[in-house]
Write a protein that binds this ligand. Structure first.
Ligand SMILES: *Cc1c(COP(=O)(O)O)cnc(C)c1O
Length: 458
């Protein structure tokens, strides 16, 4: 058990994704058509998604085969290492053993290509020639541009305006991989034009950019939409993370006591924990599972569990999830990927079932944790990832008090090489902590009062 890096060979790359849907105690509540409020039918989604992904969205199959073409591309960076953070353990003087699943080794530097590659593949197979999408901090836009290039698809990215201005290098990545990028809101879509008419200087938001990308796809025959988080098929593709991590822990005969990840829309965390959560539900594993979010966007810890739109304009289906309200506009914290008003319905369901405990931290302590990590383990974490690290460090410090030799495993969702300006701001003491005020949350939840509540019997 002295391994610092636990590596798998290419032949250990999973053959199938792990579908949690048929393993849940109750079937997930259906997504609702935004107009009729009836459960969405596959044909409602057909204008923006290929049939294969729509099927995966509701599939009852416990395992879904990973197409060979997708596996071949995964091999560019997968299987990813599971690393032991020995230097961090020493710095903390903890008896705990800390491991992290390192998703930062992918070409765009995060877990996001795990689903981008799969989505590009299925859209290509369906005869689509262009994908449209939104991006906040630029992680998803760069992952999808990369994936589209590999399958010879065009890629149009609506990038939240404030990030477009603050993160020029993510934009460069998208350009290098052949994507076209527009600062959102744009005048290319009706939703964009309406927002600009009301507020020409708006910094934009993920919800607005989603409205634009969905509208672009819905109004162009050759174009589909790709979402980087939240939806069931996205979480499904991300389960390669957890499946590999499980195998790696088995190889070194470790059993996790605590599993931790950061939560934006929930895809890296869910992809990491679902295979373990399955074992917990079957009584094969006892572990604490902790999802960490920012206090400035406290979806799981303070949001309501109710139906809401996925976007600001109300074009997407209604999803049953923990939400702060689709009009919620979080403060511009540096972990841009964690600034989403809702969360993946499947993740929310396991939180609701008590299998996952949510927790929130302000950004300064997270950056502090990230810098300690960089100074001990060498890798500079993405600001999003720093939330998982802070969670892991707090758990390791608890072990120091109790003397417990727990095994703590967290998902290292990405590196922060394109977020160095936010590290500068932190080191110069310029970062503000922000706790979203209760009254403001109540205010943005008010619009949901007349939305369907979660269906009885489900
Ligand atoms: C996008 C992103 C996140 C947040 O998205 P999830 O869907 O919650 O995983 C977290 N970490 C990194 C590095 C990201 O790029």
């Amino acid at each position: 058990m002295d391994e610092v890096k636990v590596l798998l060979s290419e032949k250990d790359l999973p053959n199938a994704w792990y579908n949690i849907i048929p393993r849940l105690s109750k079937p997930p509540a259906p997504a609702l058509n935004p107009k009729t409020k009836e459960p969405v039918k596959p044909e409602d989604l057909a204008p923006i998604f290929p049939e294969s992904l729509i099927q995966q969205e509701m599939s009852p199959e416990p395992w879904i085969e990973i197409p060979q073409e997708v596996r071949e591309i995964y091999k560019l960076w997968r299987p990813t290492p599971l690393r032991r953070a020995r230097n961090l353990e020493k710095a903390l003087k903890t008896p705990a053993r800390i491991y992290f699943k390192d998703e930062s080794v992918s070409p765009p530097g995060s877990h996001k290509p795990n689903t981008a590659v799969a989505q590009a593949y299925y859209n290509k197979k369906a005869g689509i020639t262009r994908l449209s999408t939104e991006t906040g901090a630029g992680q998803w836009g760069s992952a999808l541009s990369f994936a589209c290039k590999l399958f010879d698809l065009k890629c149009t990215v609506y990038m939240v305006k404030v990030s477009y201005e603050q993160k020029p290098f993510r934009k460069s990545l998208m350009h290098i991989w052949g994507g076209e990028v527009f600062p959102s809101p744009t005048d290319r879509t009706r939703s964009g034009r309406e927002i600009l008419a009301k507020d020409p200087d708006t910094p934009g938001s993920l919800g607005i950019a989603i409205s634009e990308a969905v509208e672009d796809a819905a109004t162009h025959e050759d174009t589909n939409y790709a979402l980087g988080s939240v939806l069931n098929h996205v979480l499904l593709h991300q389960t390669v993370i957890g499946l590999e991590a499980k195998k790696q822990l088995e190889l070194i005969e470790e059993k996790p006591d605590v599993l931790i990840g950061c939560v934006g829309g929930g895809s890296n965390f869910a992809g990491f924990i679902f295979p373990f959560v399955g074992d917990i539900m079957e009584g094969k594993l006892e572990a604490e599972v902790i999802g960490v979010e920012p206090t400035s966007c406290p979806t799981l810890t303070k949001g309501a569990y109710t139906y809401d739109f996925g976007d600001t304009a109300g074009l997407t289906p209604l999803l049953l999830m923990h939400t702060l309200g689709h009009s919620f506009s979080p403060p511009a914290i540096h972990a841009g990927g964690l600034r989403y008003h809702g969360d993946a319905p499947l993740l929310c369901q396991v939180v609701k079932d008590g299998l996952v405990k949510p927790r929130a931290y302000p950004q300064n302590p997270c950056f502090e944790a990230a810098v300690l990590f960089a100074q001990t383990e060498g890798i500079i974490p993405a600001p999003e990832t720093s939330h998982a690290i802070k969670g892991a460090i707090d758990e390791a410090l608890k072990c120091k008090e109790t003397g417990e030799e727990k095994v703590i495993v967290f998902c290292f969702s990405g590196h922060g090489h394109f977020d160095l300006a936010s590290y500068d701001a932190f080191l110069e003491g310029k970062l503000q902590d922000y706790e979203y005020p209760e009254e403001k949350i109540k205010e943005s939840l008010k619009v949901l009062e007349h939305f369907p509540k979660f269906p009885t019997g489900i």
